[in-house]
Design a protein around this ligand. Structure first.
Ligand SMILES: *Cc1c(COP(=O)(O)O)cnc(C)c1O
Length: 391
């Protein structure tokens, strides 16, 4: 017989979703009201203002797409690109590859600039590609590559793109709320993110922001956007960017309560404080991981605090470790993606999951499980190493 579903209380330290703050879950359980109810409309205006704060932008067109990060990605590409456009995509992991897929499905041409997985995108290589392709109109890249844990210098990339008259499309799904991101100051023209990484909200919404230059491109399109649902010309009416709100689709009302609450939490903590918290707990985790004798994939200068890709020691069964962590500790960490499958673990320190108690839980659980599997690591020293960072 089927009964109500009661999920266990896990600790989510993978690449997303991350632990959801109890205040966000509580917000989600509040009564559903009509999506054109005046009170709901007021809340939507607050969501927009809070998103502008999170992105550090004054962009008028700053909204949440009613679908997960991948839909935010698609929203950016389908609205900006037309068939025959050339886009330079800098790829250093799985998500850059998805950008290429999006470009090509728009009938546009993707010029790929490949960087090593586990490293940042190289601004010099981007410049070479721009010189070789004067027809390029857009540059796309990922700020925080969740598949490898590498961060790319957004400002350097945007400066170069603009020197060659290209607009920039930046994936900030994992970076928003976790590391510094200044959309306006850094010259990001188009940005998309997700709710379930460092915002610690439930999965299913995608904040996006477009500046005036990007809006001009959208308004001067020769062809209509091939996606009806993601067509910003229609979505803008629904978000009331043109003063009056009109029906486009039924807003995911309770999901938007959740986003509102998560952004409020971020505002209350303060962006800089949230970034510093991610950095501090990353340092403690790093000390513990290194004490165990495990290596990081990414060089220190290009390493994300919120996504820690750690090399799996020789001879250790990746799946067995993750199974034991889940079964005995209710702890989820991530597997490797793409070429890194079976070679790395991805330990997320995102949003509400990024707390001292989770650092200790993760390190002691790993220590125990690796000991049981007779892995060649240093046992019994990780916790002290992490504690020394907090002292
Ligand atoms: C998670 C992620 C996405 C996709 O977001 P979904 O919410 O899973 O659709 C896109 N880009 C990056 C860098 C991500 O980490």
């Amino acid at each position: 017989m089927m009964t109500s579903f009661y999920p266990p209380q896990r600790t989510l330290m993978g690449p997303g979703p991350s632990d959801v703050h109890p205040r966000i879950l509580a917000a989600m359980a509040r009564p559903t009201i009509g999506h054109l109810d005046p009170l709901f409309v007021t809340m939507m205006d607050e969501v927009k203002a809070l998103l502008q704060y999170a992105f550090q932008t004054e962009n008028e067109l700053t909204i949440a797409v009613s679908a997960p990060g991948s839909a935010g990605m698609e929203t950016c590409f389908v609205n900006l690109l037309e068939a025959g456009d050339t886009v330079i995509v800098c790829q250093n992991g799985v998500f850059g590859g998805r950008m290429k897929e999006n470009v090509e499905r728009c009938g546009a041409i993707a010029i790929m600039v490949q960087d090593e997985w586990g490293r940042a995108c190289d601004a010099n290589k981007l410049e070479d590609a721009l010189k070789a392709h004067p027809e390029a109109r857009f540059v796309a890249f990922v700020h925080a590559e969740t598949s490898t844990g590498a961060v790319t210098d957004v400002k350097a990339m945007c400066d170069i793109a603009h020197r060659y008259d290209c607009l920039t499309i930046v994936d900030a799904v994992t970076s928003l709320g976790g590391i510094p991101l200044y959309v306006d100051d850094w010259g990001v023209d188009v940005v998309y993110s997700g709710t379930q990484k460092c915002l610690s909200c439930t999965p299913g919404l995608s904040p996006v922001s477009f500046n005036a230059a990007a809006l001009d491109v959208i308004k001067s399109r020769k062809t209509t956007v091939q996606s009806w649902f993601l067509d910003l010309n229609l979505v803008m009416g629904y978000w009331g960017t043109a003063s009056k709100r009109s029906y486009h689709h039924t807003a995911p009302v309770n999901a938007l309560y959740a986003l509102h609450e998560s952004l409020l939490l971020l505002k209350e903590e303060g962006l800089e404080q949230a970034w510093a918290r991610h950095q501090q707990h990353h340092q403690a985790l790093k000390a513990g991981i290194e004490a165990l004798g495990l290596d990081f994939v990414v060089p220190v200068a290009e390493r994300l605090p919120q996504l820690n890709a750690v090399c799996i020691p020789e001879g250790v069964d990746d799946g067995e470790v993750r199974r034991l962590l889940l079964e005995d500790y209710q702890l989820e960490i991530g597997a490797g993606l793409g070429v890194m499958a079976g070679k790395v673990w991805r330990i997320g320190l995102m949003g509400y999951a990024c707390r001292k108690e989770n650092i200790f839980k993760c390190l002691s659980a790993l220590d125990d499980v690796l000991a049981r599997l007779h892995a060649p690591v240093n046992h019994g020293v990780a916790i002290a190493a992490a504690r020394a960072i907090y002292a």
